[in-house]
Design a protein around this ligand. Structure first.
Ligand SMILES: Nc1ncnc2c1ncn2[C@@H]1O[C@H](COP(=O)(O)OP(=O)(O)OP(=O)(O)O)[C@@H](O)[C@H]1O
Length: 289
């Protein structure tokens, strides 16, 4: 089964004027149910925008998107809300209310399954503290069960958000830079736990990462984004160091190279040096509409 399929998709942020640059352009991507892939690319490449688009939070300006076989923007609000309930979007900055107890923050992962009354009741008396404890224990954070969220470190908050993901019953995890505040050991452990959980429940995992080496060691499929476009969509063994260097090369690098050759104008005109343009890996888009 295909979890996500997008075709010739472009997205512009609502706060941007009509003439402003697109955040995503001409994106084709198909992700099978249960597949795990890493999104990499420089800052501003469009990774967050893509994750939010997959989570049905951004309406595309052009193109098609299907999520679990449904076109989210052809559904009514109620149906789209139900579809979103099958997805878990973990944003870069975890949306954890500062004065809340960790136990309530973690159990909020069950909100899509709960009625308003169940949600309110759980705020007063946590519905399933054992589930929250077990999820926190997977990230070695069980001793923080009744701590206040605003007393957690940045890395603890990130792991608390991952524990929230574990208690959800989502069929797809869309995770935006979950390791940015973690030390290398915790980053490895957290990513491994996330992947094991996705594999155990057959959930799809799309994870944006700035730690390229972790992406290359942990994920079989890597998608490189730059300037809102997919530069490559390849199996791990096809991703070369040159492709990574080209993905992250910036106009600053090009300017320094050109300064050596006293050709500054050329540097601004050609932000990516031609000798490091990556081999283009064919992107195969299975028919899914
Ligand atoms: N709310 C917004 N309003 C307008 N433009 C936005 C908004 N959010 C992001 N953008 C723009 O959209 C483009 C893609 O941003 P996005 O956050 O998706 O990149 P990213 O790859 O996730 O970056 P990073 O690695 O720094 O988090 C950027 O040019 C950014 O400036």
């Amino acid at each position: 089964m295909t979890a996500f399929c997008i075709k010739n998709l472009s997205v512009r942020h609502q706060t941007n004027a009509a003439g402003a640059a697109l955040a995503l352009r001409e994106i084709d991507l198909s992700i099978a149910g249960g597949e795990q892939l890493a999104l990499i690319g420089p800052s501003g490449a469009g990774k967050t925008t893509l994750l939010h688009t997959l989570a049905c939070a951004h309406r595309p300006e052009h193109g098609e998107i299907s999520v679990f076989g449904q076109s989210p923007w052809a559904l009514n609000n109620h149906q789209r809300h139900a579809l979103r309930g099958r997805l878990f979007l973990a944003p870069q900055t975890p949306p954890l209310p500062p004065r809340q107890r960790v136990v309530s923050a973690v159990l909020a992962g069950r909100l899509p399954q709960w009625s308003v009354w169940q949600a309110l009741a759980s705020l007063l008396r946590p519905a399933d503290p054992q589930a929250a404890f077990d999820a926190l224990a997977r990230f070695n954070l069980q001793d923080k069960l009744y701590a206040r969220v605003d007393r957690l470190s940045g890395g603890e908050r990130q792991r608390c958000a991952m524990a929230r993901l574990l208690v959800s019953n989502a069929e797809a995890f869309l995770v935006d830079e979950p390791l940015s505040a973690l030390d290398p050991t915790l980053a490895q452990q957290t990513l491994t736990t996330l992947q094991q959980e996705a594999a155990a429940r057959g959930a799809t995992l799309v994870c944006s990462l700035h730690q390229v080496e972790l992406a290359r060691t942990h994920f079989a499929r890597i998608v490189g984004l730059r300037d809102g476009r997919i530069v490559f969509d390849a199996r791990r063994e096809e991703v070369t160091d040159a492709m990574i260097a080209a993905l992250y090369a910036n106009s600053h690098d090009a300017m320094i190279e050109a300064t050596d050759s006293t050709d500054i104008e050329a540097a601004f005109a050609a932000p990516m040096a031609p000798d490091i343009v990556p081999d283009i890996v064919p992107i195969i888009v299975p028919h899914c509409f």
